[in-house]
Write a protein that binds this ligand. Structure first.
Ligand SMILES: Cc1cc2nc3c(=O)[nH]c(=O)nc-3n(C[C@H](O)[C@H](O)[C@H](O)COP(=O)(O)OP(=O)(O)OC[C@H]3O[C@@H](n4cnc5c(N)ncnc54)[C@H](O)[C@@H]3O)c2cc1C
Length: 636
């Protein structure tokens, strides 16, 4: 039997991105002895890669902006499937969280009168994204880490040990959650360099593990986004909601092949970039859907006027929500009007000078120069859709981030509900801060409620987790994990990608089922000491489980909405809006339940014109004036 180091905490936060760090800070501020666990190096999380900014209705650039407008934009972007309470809390609290970050040392770009500058982004009515050039996530993580070091210095002074209250376990991967009679009791994992095992005993686990993008072949996500938190939650007994909604960002690099999928920030379009097809046509005017027609320009002249005079012009269609732009690009390429390498052209040099481009979009300038030998100050980029973000995640209580399993919490990309069927750009960074903090508070309240009645780690659980982790190393035969990974990625990309249909999703489900036994029998050579093949083998079962959840929910939802497009059910249905799909594990099978989409309070509903509500709500709901009083959930 292999040795396992055991450590005890009040709270374990899995993930060191924006959500995890903000949750850990709050937990520590409330007196919880807290561990932060990160699969990658400390400081290397998705959040670091965020370019465009964090959305918050500060009203610094457009004084008419306030939380209500932000709420409305978020609900429109999510096509009315969002948990309205989460969207409300997010819109109300985001400005305070950004100001708090500034107070902790974040150096945002400034307006001429010295306030935090805000930029335009798709789906946001006003310039709303607080940013630091196109490196906002880096500044966010730098600031949160600095705050953690500050707290550790205070602990060093008080307890003689900087890690007395807040300890970071970097390059440590959690493979199992441990429960005791249904309550969270801890987390089990391994150190990536040595392969040693670690058991973190804790009555609270906060999942902040980010997304699932590595299950798709073309993605902006980096190696660690294998859906671990989603899978850990499922296996612990929690439900995942909205898993059919996967966001394909419209603009990833398409060339050269080695960089396919790497993100081209939406700021390029926010700062004036236009999309053209191979005939030079600015094609987005042809793709403005009925629900958005009133808010978007109908001619190039009107769209161009918006950049200098937004009060008297409607927005350019390049700034439609991401799902709309991604589908439009997909259609242009499919119908033969794409660029030489299977994308379309994105040109910002038409509007901005070379000096402005290198100042406002420095990372993009270097990315294209170094990776593709394209000078974006003088020539267009070639771009196409890339799997970017998952709207689906752990079903949580809006106020506290608590999942249905006692002691389990989730925040950030791993949590579901906030973004409905489609997330607006910039809304993730602010989501991390708002709900990261709320999770820390929720965890502190839960711990108080436990008193001395803390769960204990069952003796057999550790041995079982260790045996499961070492199994791929001890087999004499089995598939290579890299080949299995490729099969999962191809299946998801080709059959459950940007445009789906029932027959293809069924094929995907059949293929994933066949992969089940092969993934369970995967074989890896070598030992536990830094062995990437072994790490991937352990990630595979998470990717497979999450892919099954995505595919099963995608098959169940017979409509098109946000990040879920079915060409056999191309329309959005008011009946389906009332249904939120929840995936659960029944034995080893993923099952899908219908839940009622949380109703919106009357005062929030009143923020929308009736004409707009008619596009989303059922006649019954409209007649009522509020969906609150409509029937309970519809049957499957
Ligand atoms: C290129 C790019 C640009 C983006 N730009 C923007 C933007 O401008 N604005 C915006 O709002 N959003 C943006 N997004 C989205 C946003 O960055 C992410 O949704 C967000 O950062 C997710 O934060 P998180 O805290 O939930 O998780 P992450 O920042 O993804 O962090 C997850 C953490 O969990 C750890 N982890 C995962 N699994 C395990 C495990 N099993 N054990 C231990 N640790 C684990 C990882 O190592 C990491 O530390 C962008 C995303 C990308 C990829």
């Amino acid at each position: 039997m292999t040795e396992t180091t055991r450590l005890a905490y009040d709270a374990v936060v899995i993930g060191a991105g924006g959500a995890g760090l903000r949750a850990a800070i709050e937990a520590r501020l409330h007196g919880l002895r807290t561990a932060i666990v990160s699969k990658s190096l400390f400081g290397k999380a998705h959040t670091v890669m965020a370019e465009g900014g964090a959305a918050a209705a500060l009203g610094n650039v457009a004084s008419d902006d306030d939380w209500r407008v932000h709420f409305r934009d978020t609900i429109r972007g999510g096509k009315f499937l969002n948990d309205p309470r989460m969207a409300e809390l997010h819109a109300r609290e985001a400005p305070d969280r950004i100001l708090e970050l500034e107070y902790w040392g974040a150096l945002f770009d400034r307006t001429e009168d010295g306030r935090i500058s805000q930029r335009n982004f798709g789906g946001h009515e006003y310039p709303r994204l607080a940013h630091v050039g196109d490196r906002t996530g880096l500044e966010m993580i730098r600031t949160l880490q600095q705050r953690i070091v500050q707290l550790q210095q205070a602990d060093a002074a008080e307890y003689g040990d900087p890690e007395a209250m807040l300890k970071v376990h970097a390059e440590t991967t959690i493979t199992e959650l441990v429960t005791d009679n249904g309550r969270v009791a801890g987390a089990f994992g391994y150190l990536r360099d040595s392969g040693e095992f670690l058991l973190l005993e804790s009555p609270v686990v906060i999942l902040a593990t980010g997304g699932i993008g590595r299950s798709f072949e073309v993605t902006s996500n980096s190696w660690e986004y294998t859906g671990d938190g989603h899978a850990l939650a499922l296996r612990a007994g929690a439900a995942l909601i909205n898993m059919e909604f996967v966001q394909f960002h419209p603009t990833g690099m398409v060339w050269p092949p080695s960089v396919r999928g790497i993100l081209v920030t939406e700021s390029v379009r926010g700062d004036g970039g236009v999309l053209r097809n191979s005939a030079g046509k600015r094609f987005m005017f042809d793709y403005v859907p009925e629900v958005f027609r009133a808010q978007y320009a109908e001619s190039e002249e009107e769209a161009d006027g918006w950049y200098t005079d937004p009060r008297n012009h409607r927005r350019p269609p390049e700034l439609l929500p991401r799902d709309e732009v991604a589908r439009a690009i997909n259609t242009e390429v499919k119908e033969g009007r794409g660029s030489p390498h299977g994308g379309v052209f994105l040109d910002v040099s038409e509007r901005l000078s070379a000096e402005e481009i290198t100042r406002r979009l420095p990372s993009m300038y270097h990315q294209f120069k170094e990776l593709a030998d394209v000078d974006i100050t003088a020539e267009p980029m070639e771009v196409g859709p890339t799997c970017h973000y998952v709207m689906g995640g752990v079903a949580v209580d809006a106020e506290t981030g608590a999942a249905s399993v006692p002691g389990l919490f989730a925040a950030g990309e791993v949590a579901g509900g906030m973004h409905g069927s489609n997330r607006l750009g910039g809304n993730s960074l602010s989501d991390l801060l708002v709900f990261g903090r709320r999770c820390g508070l929720g965890a502190a309240a839960y711990l108080d409620s436990l008193g001395a009645d803390r769960p204990a780690v069952p003796a057999a659980a550790v041995a079982e987790a260790a045996t499961a982790a070492t199994a791929p190393l001890s087999r004499s035969e089995g598939d290579n994990p890299y080949l299995l990974h490729r099969e999962i990625q191809r299946t998801m990309n080709d059959l459950v990608g940007i445009v789906r249909n029932g027959a293809e999703i069924e094929q995907a489900i059949a293929r994933l089922e066949k992969l089940d036994a092969r993934v369970a029998g995967v074989r890896v050579e070598g030992g536990r000491c830094y062995n990437p093949g072994w790490h991937l083998a352990l990630d595979l079962r998470n990717m497979l489980l999450v892919s099954q959840a995505v595919a099963r929910c995608a098959l169940e939802r017979e409509e098109s909405r946000g990040g879920h497009t079915r060409d056999d059910f191309p329309r959005m249905s008011a009946r389906w809006r009332r249904i939120t799909l929840a995936a659960r594990l029944d034995g080893s099978d993923v099952v899908v339940e219908h839940r009622r989409t949380p109703p919106m309070r009357r005062d929030l509903l009143a923020l929308f014109e009736r004409g707009e509500l008619e596009k989303y709500l059922t006649e019954e709901e409209l007649a009522d004036g509020s969906p609150e009083d409509t029937d309970e959930e519809e049957g499957a």
